[in-house]
Design a protein around this ligand. Structure first.
Ligand SMILES: Cc1cc2nc3c(=O)[nH]c(=O)nc-3n(C[C@H](O)[C@H](O)[C@H](O)COP(=O)(O)OP(=O)(O)OC[C@H]3O[C@@H](n4cnc5c(N)ncnc54)[C@H](O)[C@@H]3O)c2cc1C
Length: 429
């Protein structure tokens, strides 16, 4: 007999759980929003369709890429793959050839611009040490002091490590977990095959990338989709009920702050109590004509705007540039107008012949990700209650908050549920 499963939340984690369960369970997917996608989706702002924030994927996102293909997405069309490239318009420029590790990084470092030889050597030595330690740092500590203790100069910290930590962990380096950073390095700079270390930049909007095709696939597979249904009540005893409706099992696939409220379980509430969250701000600037940026993804070492994305070259959105600012910082003290003016000014300083600006939009996801703090305890996918499971980017202990972490957690929750179900079924025979 197939179990009747409720999944609460149609972000990438809930969608991954639903796709995994669809062939073997009777799935109902509840989503509070009118559309699926959660923190990676297309939104409408003043009549303009924009992504809620610029996302990038890595070749190492193996489960995300597999599920995208499973629901019919042509990943070679919707993602522009490029060898690892770090291009700051006013700082470090490092282009790795499409070779296996560690040769791609070594070649990139030899030809890198904006770094002294001393710093190139210190960076290469540290990456080699980390590789030899299998990317395990031992007792977890904050990234900044660890990097300082391991010979990384102020120039390296400013031009490479700080922007890297902000971009990957969305957490200030003084509080970010060095072990999580090492895990990210393992799967990017340290990836054994060149394909895993490639950057994958979306060429379509975020909903088209996965959520919309996933929803269509789930509907065709016979899953029940309750979009626009915010679950208010979750009851575990005597059996799982979602807003009064009975199920055999429930996967709560919401962000942690929502899960804590919904699940109402003491152990989870205690675990999540000290968690902190960090914002991500995206400023969209639309110009009257094409903006000639040096790369599709261009960094700024000395500025408020950390990364510029050329949306025209990526997704054909005429004259559109997205500017990403990760984590909390000075930008949060500025008004919308002042912030847009500052990032525009920074762009004018570096990009010659910038066309006139015609419009700007600002989206701040206040709780974009959990703060990837040192030694953060993570819950398991099995909740402390019978037939209750968790999924979400915050469950995947190996990763900071990422699409891949969300997808892996959804698959893990679905697999744990089916394992338990089969075991109970066998015990009843
Ligand atoms: C601006 C921004 C930029 C990012 N950039 C990157 C990037 O470049 N690369 C990367 O890998 N990751 C990036 N991330 C992180 C990535 O988006 C998240 O890790 C991922 O989307 C989380 O997915 P999730 O399914 O775990 O949670 P969510 O996407 O939060 O999904 C949870 C869903 O649950 C729903 N929900 C909540 N409560 C209820 C309820 N009571 N009833 C029904 N539904 C409910 C919500 O509406 C939501 O749709 C970024 C995030 C942001 C915000």
């Amino acid at each position: 007999m197939k179990p009747r499963v409720a999944i609460i939340g149609a972000g990438w984690a809930g969608l991954a759980a639903a796709i995994t369960l669809a062939p073997q369970a009777d799935v109902t997917l509840f989503e509070a929003g009118r559309h699926a996608g959660g923190r990676a989706r297309r939104v409408w702002l003043d009549g303009m369709a924009l992504d809620n924030g610029q996302h990038i994927l890595l070749g190492a996102y193996r489960d995300s890429l597999r599920l995208m293909r499973e629901v019919g997405v042509d990943t070679s069309r919707v993602l522009a793959a490029q060898p690892l490239c770090w291009h700051q318009i006013d700082g470090v420029q490092l282009q790795c050839p499409d070779w296996p590790a560690p040769w791609h990084v070594l070649a990139g470092l030899v030809t890198a611009r904006g770094l002294r030889w001393r710093d190139k050597w210190a960076l290469a030595r540290l990456l080699t040490q980390l590789r030899m330690r299998r990317w395990q740092i031992g007792h977890d500590v904050a990234a900044l002091p660890w990097l300082q203790q391991h010979g990384q100069s102020a120039a390296l910290l400013q031009g490479f490590w700080t922007p890297l930590i902000l971009a990957t962990l969305n957490t200030p380096p003084a509080q970010a977990s060095m072990q999580l950073l090492a895990n990210v390095l393992r799967d990017s700079l340290g990836a054994p095959d060149a394909a895993a270390s490639r950057l994958l930049l979306p060429t379509v909007n975020l909903s088209a990338l996965f959520a919309d095709p996933a929803v269509q696939w789930l509907a065709a597979a016979g899953c029940t989709l309750r979009l626009g249904h915010r679950v208010r009540q979750l009851q575990w005893q005597p059996s799982p009920h979602v807003d009064g409706e009975a199920f055999d099992a429930v996967i709560v696939a919401t962000a942690p702050q929502h899960a804590a409220r919904l699940v109402n379980e003491e152990k989870l509430a205690q675990l999540l109590k000290p968690w902190q969250y960090q914002p991500i701000t995206t400023v969209y600037l639309r110009f009257e004509g094409r903006v000639c940026l040096p790369q599709a993804m261009t960094g700024v070492a000395r500025g408020l705007g950390q990364w510029w994305f050329d949306r025209e070259s990526l997704s054909g959105e005429t004259g559109l540039v997205s500017v990403v600012i990760s984590a909390d910082g000075e930008h949060r003290t500025l008004s919308r107008e002042a912030l847009c003016a500052r990032v525009l000014d920074e762009m004018r300083r570096h990009v010659p012949n910038l066309p006139p600006l015609c419009a700007s939009w600002l989206i701040t996801e206040q709780r974009a990700t959990f703060a990837a703090n040192v030694a953060l305890p993570r819950p398991a996918v099995r909740l402390g209650v019978k037939s209750g499971y968790l999924a979400g980017d915050w469950l995947c202990a190996d990763y900071p908050a990422t699409l891949e972490g969300a997808v892996r957690s959804g698959i893990a929750a679905a697999q744990a549920l089916m394992q338990d179900w089969k075991k109970a079924d066998e015990a009843n025979v």
